[in-house]
Design a protein around this ligand. Sequence first.
Ligand code: ADP
Ligand code: MG
Length: 682
Amino acid sequence: MLDSINEPVTSLKGIGKETAEQLATLGIHTIEDLVWTFPYRHEDFRLKDLVETPHNERVTIEARVESMPAAVFLGKNKQRLTVNVLAGRHLVKVVFFNQNYLRQKLVPGTIITVTGKWDRGRQVIVGSSVSFGPKHERVDFEPVYSLRGNIGQKRFRKYMRQALDEVSTIISETLPPQLRDSYKLVSIVEALEGVHFPKDANHAKQARRRFVYEELLSFQLRIQALRKARKDNEQGVSIHYDLSKLRQFIASLPYELTGAQKRVVNEICKDLKEPHRMNRLLQGDVGSGKTVVAAIGLYAAVTAGYQGALMAPTEILAEQHAQSLRAWFAPIGIRVELLSGSTKTKVRRELLDGLATGDINILIGTHALIQPDVSFNKLGFVITDEQHRFGVEQRRVLRDKGENPDVLFMTATPIPRTLAITAFGEMDVSIIDELPAGRKKIETHWLKHEQLGSVLTKMETELRSGRQAYVICPLIEESDKLDVQNVVEVYEGLVTYFNGRYQVGLMHGRLHPDEKDSVMRAFSEGEIHVLVSTTVVEVGVNVPNATFMAIYDAERFGLAQLHQLRGRVGRGEHQSYCVLIADPKTDEGKERMVSMTETNDGFRLAEKDLELRGPGDFFGKKQSGLPEFKMADLVHDYRALDVARQDAVKLINDNHFWELEEYEPLRVMLEKSGALQGERID
Ligand code: ADP
Ligand code: MG
């Protein structure tokens, strides 16, 4: 009898030093480690009807042997046994490889239970295991663990069985009864049993349900505790903006704000006014009108006597923002300046003076904003555009330039809700999920490489009516591994094709920043008609006259990225087109192409991408910001995630949670995570 689940595995019968060492290589040291090592699947021994079993699927049948086994010798110690069996109404063959000892046992008339792979075409089961007698003498599910070394499944199962028997009497429940009751979750003992040795499919399902919820709840508790710790400890500024000036400004805009814009403006203004520091993510699809929302927020700060800053990832974007904001603010006497890497020394010095005295109300710029000698008079509100382009550290430096200014992060990458509340869980999230009225849908077509001719014809039609075009290629250089279109090659091909009729420009990541800028400028001023580029044009670039985009090897991109790229066109009054040139090999690739032609809705595409390709695509590989879950799956368990999140918010703000005995295990978990001290939890 064990005293604690923390005892070493050697306290189980049959586990000596040697086995313990082998288990240690799997990260299993204690009984607790062992029982939390979940199987990655179960062998399903439930009986199935062969008619309903797809080709190549594993299946278990109960059958009567109908013939003497026929043996074929295939080499040294290699034989194949074939036997006819009757399974229900189906007369099929079962073959066994290298199990010659079965020869004597497979006597006609014997009832056997066979598991194996079903070859539908040949009506053969390739048997991997067989037992004699009818099925009910066997379990339905057997766990299969991810093991290494000398420990086989059978032995590991034996240890697990023993451990679970011991543990069931000493393990304590981690979920409080009221939560278990309201979601009808099984106890921890039953759940552990069901994860390893389920009685039936429902038992396995209920076990999984419990652990998914528990895992997501723990995660959300950590996030919510972190948020609360930050809100309590980080005194921000209360920005008491002038509401009537704000209303006047909004009324003076050439258009009415969309419902979604109004909603997020309210959310932002509410944060500005409150004493805690704003830490908000603003998501809005390309063209949804984030710039004007940012401007309204910055203006609010200015009306309260604060300065504002807007940081963009590239010079071009910073310039575009400066242009828009100056057009709005110059008439009402608000000074907007631009600071970038290419700002001349003398101008820069003047800017820094203006910032220090407070003469400059709003500063827009690239990462030049975060250099040490840039200091503000009274910085109250900081916005970073395309936040994923900036590292955490850069964002922190900018924030530290004020006395805990409010911070808003903007992104045009629609992130599926589950991922947003997971990866950015400690932030508040605002979403602009509505485009300004009257936008034309970008007509999207999917063509094969062999149809390139018609792509060029269509492109030329647009160019002839005075429009411009993008041609996007995946990589800069030809690589041996990836047979991708070389951007330079495509560029040269188009130069030859247009033969001076239209100007073709080239843009890729290897160009010097100055070159990039001058190419972009020439395109935006209409001197270049066709811009051949890698994905560097992805973010924020605004050339409303560009109405045509062709994307080579489109199957190499995820939906989120294709959508971002496509967002470069359709920004003006003219109908725009996007052509995906792709020969996808996989069904998944084909589905992506079809999705693109079907919808322009970035959030729907993002959800689809998540479903097709998993969460990895949405964030950089290194800093995914996503936790690793044992059981929960962000694609399928989104409802549980939502529920867990709401519960976590309630619990964290409920005194009972901090006092009652039944919450003790969850509190201990929080304590260990560092979230209560406001530490990051990744
Ligand atoms: P993004 O969210 O991609 O940054 P922008 O802020 O650049 O989008 O806005 C895209 C275009 O939509 C701009 O030309 C802007 O003037 C226009 N716009 C923004 N809000 C509205 C609105 N409520 N009604 C009409 N046009 C709008
Ligand atoms: Mg923008």
